[in-house]
Design a protein around this ligand. Sequence first.
Ligand code: SAM
Ligand code: SF4
Ligand code: SF4
Length: 337
Amino acid sequence: MNTKVTDRLGRALRDLRISVTDRCNFRCTYCMPRSVFGPGYEFLHRTDLLSFEEISRLARVFAGLGVQKIRLTGGEPLLRRDLVRLVEQLHTGVPGVELTLTTNGSLLARMAAGLRAAGLDRVTVSLDALEDDVFQRMNDAGFSVADVVAGIEAAVEAGFSPVKINAVIRRGVNEGAIPALAERFGGEAFVVRFIEYMDVGNTNGWKLDEVVSSGEMAARLEASVGGLTALEPNYKGEVARRYRTAAGGEIGIISSVTQPFCRDCNRARLSSDGRLFTCLFGTEGLDLRGPLRRGADDAELVELIRGTWSGRADRYSELRTAAGTQTRKVEMSAIGG
Ligand code: SAM
Ligand code: SF4
Ligand code: SF4
């Protein structure tokens, strides 16, 4: 058993997001704009990706360093062949760790039951609007709301409870979607999260005036949805505003931009080619695939991860306005949300 590790700001390593592919069947304009991720874009080769065995091995090492929750993401994780087998391997190989997945939902209808049976604990589905024309403009790949809703319904049916729905809100694009999403998924089977649009990656042309602040989202929600009760923060300084709906569901608003929460950030991210990032806005990652493939033993991997985490001082979102956003960042589709 390894000991836990904390960073330079005293933050523990608790949460690991693993990207299992850099590919996606959507081209969300805020994440993988078609102008950049078009036919000529070079995605990783199969052999560049960590194998399931490599992912499981690293997951065990991270669990020994204090990780309690693993989220599979991407790109679109359900595009990774045999993903259910990876879930099984993680479920049996890394016991005691909560296993979750974030997906665009388009392939979930046919996979939800298998994922549940393999040991997946929770699922989050991203859905930014309930109006087809708005949603199709956002995913830019011809997927309809019905495709995703079918996935969400299959997840409920498979026994995921609650199913989390994430919506990124971008000014001039989908701020009008807030009330409909809140009402459609206001039941106790769901938790809905509205998320401020972030300046991740280098390609989405992010501008501050496209961010709908959490304050404005809350005002829109309170003005349009009846029966909401504001919930007390779970802890002092919690940045998600949360509400209980009349039907027993929960709605939250996440202030990633206007009230950043770096102070409590205990998340590490592993890219699909095995680089460790200590911040969503990281510029370079620590290569773990090289050592893995050279035959490093667990002790060596532990020391590499420990060294990186203990030197971590990331707080990009708190410095965003002061530091500007000039540096070249990793793409969100490479490391997941
Ligand atoms: N493809 C999956 C999906 O969309 O759920 C998983 C990967 S995606 C990168 C993870 C999450 O990041 C999604 O909920 C997505 O909406 C969010 N995301 C992507 N770009 C974002 C941005 N610029 N600002 C805020 N959230 C973003
Ligand atoms: Fe794909 Fe998810 Fe990015 Fe949309 S947000 S392009 S679904 S990875
Ligand atoms: Fe964590 Fe980096 Fe986001 Fe701050 S900016 S909350 S350190 S991922």
